[in-house]
Design a protein around this ligand. Structure first.
Ligand SMILES: [Zn+2]
Length: 94
């Protein structure tokens, strides 16, 4: 009997693989902005990152999200993602 494997995704920061639901999806919308997609259903090219502030800081600092999403993140996009990373940090602290 075959067990059904959940889809695996790779974190663009640390390259570890996890189930799709355990990673946070970031999407480049058709309009060109980059957003955190907590529903996993937004249209556009997506990348996955661990729910850990360290991974988010890494992708923002190294520009890895730009290459993963084949775009150039605007200052606004980066600010929004950095703010999201802060909320992750708090969530972990609790
Ligand atoms: Zn990671």
């Amino acid at each position: 009997m075959q067990t059904r494997q959940p889809p695996q995704r790779t974190c663009v920061a640390c390259r570890s693989t996890s189930g799709k639901r355990e990673l946070v999806r970031v999407v480049r919308t058709p309009a060109g902005s980059v957003e955190v997609d907590l529903t996993g259903k937004k249209p556009g090219r997506g990348a996955y990152i661990c729910p850990q502030a360290s991974c988010w800081q890494l992708v923002l600092k190294k520009g890895r999200l730009d290459s993963a999403l084949r775009t150039s993140l605007s200052a606004d996009d980066k600010l929004r993602l950095a703010e999201f990373a802060t909320t992750l940090e708090q969530a972990v602290a609790i």
